[in-house]
Write a protein that binds this ligand. Structure first.
Ligand SMILES: [Zn+2]
Length: 270
């Protein structure tokens, strides 16, 4: 008889409450949830980077208790009457694929935006675009730098042309930061693709990527079919993009806060 080892069965055997153990999504290595969190949700065995929710990302990135959400009340409208879209955008407890707010990182004030891949694949619709623009406006008013942490499948098809318009709208807003001597730091995480990769995610004064993140516009199969060539190994991963100048630096999650602090210090001492 084959016994399946699960996080639940270990908890049961050791008399521990369920939820104390967790499992790596990639290699299925089982470890204590607490140890996993202390390792920034990176598997100690296979180094797989678990995708983070905005609240986990906030906990790992900004000073404790410093995050204050802004523009939380914006909601998308199903203007195309796309089937089932109204239900999807009403997903319990989530108000869209990005969270924006004010925060401090080792004492440096920032306006920060964090995308949420678990909300419709982190797709960019009108609310994502509008929140980014308003975040930039807040930063201009406060004279603070901006950080956007992306994870997205691209534009949101249910919002048609309005989702594509967000590419231009966000890009135009970010230009104003440079005009006012403020920095925009872009952090690309797995995956950052489509219209998000083709607009604000790649427009940072510094583009930082987490290791082994998939970053690109179209998927490899589409590109191979279009150019009729085989793509090199690791194409569209952070390390490849860093080597070819599309990404400035690949930073491990455990070092991210420190590296962001160094850049904020650099941009604040001009
Ligand atoms: Zn693993």
């Amino acid at each position: 008889m084959e016994i399946e080892v699960t996080a639940e069965s270990i908890s049961e055997k050791k008399g521990l409450p369920a939820g104390i153990w967790t499992k790596c999504k990639k290699c299925e290595h089982i470890l204590l949830q607490r140890d996993f969190e202390e390792n920034f949700m990176v598997c100690p065995k296979c180094e797989y980077y678990t995708r983070l929710s905005p609240s986990q990302r906030i906990a790992f990135t900004v000073d404790e208790g410093s995050f204050k959400e802004i523009n939380a009340n914006l909601r998308s409208v199903n203007f195309l009457n796309f089937p089932e879209y109204t239900e999807k955008i009403g997903m319990a407890g989530l108000s869209d694929a990005i969270v924006t707010g004010e925060a401090k990182i080792n004492g440096y004030n920032v306006v920060i935006a964090i995308m949420n891949f678990s909300f419709m694949g982190g797709s960019m619709g009108a609310v994502v675009g509008e929140r980014i623009v308003r975040a930039v406006e807040r930063a201009l008013k406060k004279k603070w730098h901006v950080i956007i942490i992306s994870s997205s499948g691209g534009a949101r098809m249910q919002e048609g042309i309005l989702s594509l318009m967000q590419m231009g709208k966000t890009s135009a807003a970010l230009v104003k930061l440079a005009d006012n001597g403020l920095a925009y730091i872009s952090v690309l995480t797995d995956p950052t693709t489509g219209g998000v990769a083709a607009s604000y995610a790649m427009l940072g004064d510094i583009n930082i990527a987490e290791p082994k993140s998939l970053i690109g516009f179209a998927g490899p199969r589409v590109i191979e079919q279009t150019i009729r060539q085989q793509l090199p190994e690791g194409f569209q991963l952070s390390e490849f993009l860093e080597k070819h100048g599309m990404v400035d630096i690949v930073v491990e999650r455990k070092d991210m806060k420190e590296v962001l602090t160094r850049f904020l210090k650099f941009f604040s001492n001009k």
